[in-house]
Design a protein around this ligand. Structure first.
Ligand code: SAH
Length: 422
């Protein structure tokens, strides 16, 4: 545990948005909430044109268009996070969250034989806040990581957010790659001197020894929606409402999903090159069905109204992710965020920060952030952690074993058991 106290030296804490923001994991939407207004957004016009020409679309296609359409998608042109945005996430609430995840990666790197190099790959990094906190821990523990060649790889579709990430994380001007053949669309160097590159797809990230991070990412990947009818299961589609002009509605129609493709790619990579993936999201272990909902300005939003102005999300079904990994890798969890952070030593870290904070407002902010992350009625139980690791990791035969390590003994994977710092 001494590492948690040791890493108290750097920046104490930045004031982050706390209450009264809403996190996305709390509510469910049937898509039938009363529509206060239904502005005809450019996205709605685009979807109506599409449906008129080729017929009703699946919920997955709807989510994909609304969220990531390169010209009009919700994620592409705005900063939707934080107090002034539509929802808030754990790393935006408390620096401790990212710090503990930073320790998780270092702990796994040590437990798997201190590979000479690793890539840290983050899927959907938002504002870059989480990675910033992780990199600060890496800097504070530079003596532990010395001689390890680290590079950062971000998978992000949003132009706007990638610019914010570059501002948060890099000091040097970030170059836009003009070479159209390159899958890297931006690159630079982080404030602590680590090379960092941006990609639109995980497939483009070099297949090297990597640690992967996906926080509130899988929930925005398009899902198909099905409904049981007396005639069996039918897929739910989105069509134009014939009764009301400029309005969409759900209909039933007489599956491979993007989440499946992502998880299979991750599993294949980890089984091939080693490393680990840490997936944190709100979700369940196969116990829920319809969780498709929208958020705008911290309020629940009808998923079919004013498409393009609100975030759309669905709970992650971890049992599905486990099935889709097809036994290529071992999985741990899902376990509740509260348990994971406690195992990672959040209480020790909070104490260190409280002892060092002399302003009452900072202390209050730290305590509020802790409560938001840990309280079972807030994010503590709704959010889960899930990891994919090579099978060898559990049996003590590391894929990339350190030459000096003659007798490997597997240490428990931090967070899923108590953190053991060797
Ligand atoms: N991890 C961050 C942000 C979560 S919001 C946090 O916890 O604060 C979801 C993020 O995923 C955003 O950065 C969004 O732009 C990105 N995103 C959404 N769909 C994507 C896709 N298909 N491929 C890559 N990134 C995507």
């Amino acid at each position: 545990m001494s590492v948690l106290a040791a890493s108290g030296a750097g920046r104490l804490c930045a004031v982050r948005a706390v209450l009264p923001c809403l996190w996305r994991g709390k509510y469910f939407s049937s898509g039938n909430e009363p529509a206060e207004n239904n502005p005809v957004t450019p996205m709605l016009r685009h979807l109506m044109y599409k449906i008129k020409s080729t017929g009703p679309i699946t919920v997955a296609e709807y989510m994909k268009e609304v969220l990531t359409n390169p010209a009009k998608g919700y994620y592409v042109n705005r900063d939707m996070l934080g107090e002034k945005g539509d929802f808030i996430t754990s790393p935006e609430i408390s620096q401790i969250f990212g710090e503990l995840l930073g320790i998780w990666f270092i702990s796994e790197w040590i437990a798997t034989g201190k590979n000479a190099a690793f890539q840290l790959v983050e899927l959907g990094p938002g504002r870059g806040t989480l990675l910033g906190d992780i990199l600060r821990v890496f800097s504070q523990l530079a003596s532990v990581l010395k001689n390890c060649d680290i590079s950062i790889h971000l998978v992000e579709v949003s132009q706007k957010l990638s610019e914010i990430q570059a501002l948060t994380l890099t000091e040097e001007k970030v170059l836009l790659e003009r070479n159209a053949g390159s899958p890297v669309y931006m690159k630079g160097v982080t404030k602590s001197g680590i090379p960092i590159s941006w990609y639109r797809d995980l497939q483009d990230v070099p297949k090297e020894y990597s640690f992967y991070l996906a926080h509130e990412f899988f929930d925005v990947l398009p899902v198909h929606k099905f409904q049981k009818t007396p005639r069996g299961w039918r897929e739910v589609l989105i069509d134009i409402d014939p009764q009301v002009s400029d309005k969409l509605r759900f209909v039933l129609a007489p599956c491979a999903t993007p989440a499946e493709a992502f998880i299979q790619e991750l599993s294949q990579r980890i089984s091939l090159t080693g490393g680990a993936a840490l997936i944190a999201d709100y979700g369940h272990d196969g116990t829920k069905t319809d969780t498709f909902r929208g958020f705008c300005g911290h309020r629940l939003h009808d998923v079919l109204i004013a498409p393009g102005t609100a975030d759309l999300t669905a709970d992650v079904d971890f049992s599905y992710l486990r099935r889709m990994s097809q036994g290529k890798v071992a999985s741990l969890g899902p376990i509740k965020q509260q348990t994971f952070l406690r195992n990672m030593g959040i209480d020790v870290r909070l104490k260190v920060l409280l002892d060092k904070a002399d302003e009452p407002s900072l202390r209050q902010q730290l305590l509020q952030g802790y409560d938001m992350l840990m309280n079972p009625t807030k994010m503590g139980e709704r959010f889960n952690f899930f990891a994919l690791i090579p099978h060898q990791r559990l049996h003590g035969r590391n894929h990339q074993m350190n030459a000096c390590q003659s007798k490997p003994s597997p240490s428990p994977v931090a967070g899923f058991g108590e953190l053991v710092w060797r």
